[in-house]
Ligand binder design. Structure first.
Ligand SMILES: Cc1cc2nc3c(=O)[nH]c(=O)nc-3n(C[C@H](O)[C@H](O)[C@H](O)COP(=O)(O)O)c2cc1C
Length: 185
């Protein structure tokens, strides 16, 4: 497992503030799964909350609704092919951990796993909002633990160590951007 440091909860929003595509990992009743999600955002500072769209057709949706938990994992440029692979196949048909070769390790506060090799992880508990879940596939959740690879994020700032370990942003059709260089104003 990638070395990771705890991110103080009031700083957890910083892991998503620049808009990276994430992996949503989930687990329930002995099954676990992972999918890609570009439609995610930070929602509050303290207690930190997130929003993410999880389509009705997905196995992830079933596991998240059953368990009330998920993890948002921030993948790196070198995990872009894996991100596309877990975003274009369903866990209903294949075990993506085996077929795609995704590594998983236990989280600290939720049953959903942390995806190995990522840059950051937000462990989340669903805030039940049945209307927006049903109507917009939109899930709100409280972040109950947050972690980052200290080589990529520390002291409240991202500082990507090399071209391979930058977060990614999805356009469409297998086309991504890598996060660019930071600048101050
Ligand atoms: C880069 C990328 C981003 C995606 N973003 C979302 C998203 O924000 N919400 C969503 O419901 N599906 C999104 N998808 C599609 C799901 O990842 C896809 O339906 C996946 O196969 C569902 O897997 P599951 O059935 O194993 O849960 C995205 C796919 C890709 C490739």
């Amino acid at each position: 497992m990638t070395k990771r440091i705890a991110v103080p909860l009031p700083k957890a929003y910083l892991l998503l503030n620049h808009g990276p595509t994430v992996l949503v990992s989930s687990a329930h009743d002995g099954r676990q799964n992972v999918m890609a999600a570009a439609w995610n955002m930070a929602l509050d500072f303290d207690p930190p909350k997130v929003a993410v769209v999880i389509d009705k057709s997905t196995l992830t949706r079933e596991l998240v609704e059953a368990s009330g938990e998920f993890v948002l994992n921030v993948p790196s440029r070198q995990q872009a092919a894996m991100t596309l692979a877990v975003g274009t196949q369903s866990g209903r048909e294949v075990d993506k951990f085996v077929k795609v070769g995704v590594g998983a390790t236990a989280a600290s506060a939720v049953g959903a796993p942390l995806i190995e090799g990522c840059l950051a992880w937000l462990e989340c508990r669903v805030i039940a909002e049945p209307h927006i879940q049903k109507t917009y596939d939109l899930f709100l959740a409280e972040v109950v633990a947050a972690w980052a690879d200290p080589q990529a994020f520390s002291a409240g700032r991202w500082h990507f160590p090399d071209e391979h370990r930058r977060s990614i942003h999805y356009q469409a059709g297998g086309n991504f951007f890598a996060t660019g260089d930071a600048f101050e104003v």
